[in-house]
Design a protein around this ligand. Sequence first.
Ligand code: PLP
Length: 362
Amino acid sequence: MIPVTKPFLPPKVEYDNLLQGIWERNWLTNNGPLVNDLELSLKRYLELPHLLFLSNGTIAIQIALKALNVTKEVITTPFSYVATTSSLVWEGCKPIFVDIDGKSLNIDPKKIEKAITKDTQAILATHCFGNPCDVDAIETIAKKHDLKVIYDAAHCFGTNYNGGSIFNYGDISTTSFHATKLFHTIEGGAVFTNDSLLLKKMVYLRNFGHDGSEQFNGVGINGKNSEFHAAMGVCNLKHIKEILAARKAQSEIYDQLLFNKKLNIVKPKILDGAEFNYAYYPVVFENEEIALNVKATLERGKVFPRRYFYPSLSDLNYVTKQPTPIADDIASRILCLPLYHSLSTQEQELIARIIIRTIKYN
Ligand SMILES: *Cc1c(COP(=O)(O)O)cnc(C)c1O
């Protein structure tokens, strides 16, 4: 069986060594030494001034919205994981979907201004599949209209733009360290900001608003994460170079196997100036029939690609439907092919053979 993704696991002895310390200290959660260690190591690795390790990437978006006092209309992308939209709705905001660019698969900045109303407070955009949005264009629009910017950078660990981490952009960037992501802490996430006042606010939000043991600074939630999760992150970060290198090599193998074969398939166009992390291997097929045919044939061969992302988020039954024809079209005919650390070249060759056979001879 070849799934779309498999979590990376470090050698067990490395995790065991850190567990030993947890047992000795009997300190399991609440800003323990491993959480601190992970936050410091991540800051150093990503070359970022501030970040907070959180319980997951969804609470990260919710904390970002709360920290920026966003409660009304938010311009967002219809082409992302459901958490991007559901977090907005959960926080009582109204998602306003602006269609994507058909090449980058990210929100199309050229369409943003038309969607701005007197109630618009923020833009929440996803760097889809790890490919950065046009952050410069979005920043210009946000400045002009006095809007906050949050990036859902859940796919972006290891992606750089203009020589620095993509987590540098927006008022706040959020990410997920879920087991399926390139870098993970089993469950987990983070917020990033360059603004130390915002960071302080989020420190309170993450921990029930606690300001010491008996005082509170506003309403907070439990967004903390544990020593066990931090330990997985500390171990995995030591392997990040090999994780990123394997993804890149596997992606290049798929490129060789599948492109220039007249299959009428395309991949998202990566933003100029970006250093991509190869987190996913999305392929856009000519039409939905072919995409579904490929999916079914692969599944018969025990290979399980995923329709990331289907349906388009403007089709969710708890949002007001807004026309997003490009996102709807792409969602209908895109598949993410299996991509994970231990995927072998033979497995990739098998996958490519099935795809080529299905498209050429069906
Ligand atoms: C994974 C993901 C999330 C949610 O992260 P969790 O850690 O699973 O809560 C949010 N947005 C996007 C785009 C994701 O891929």
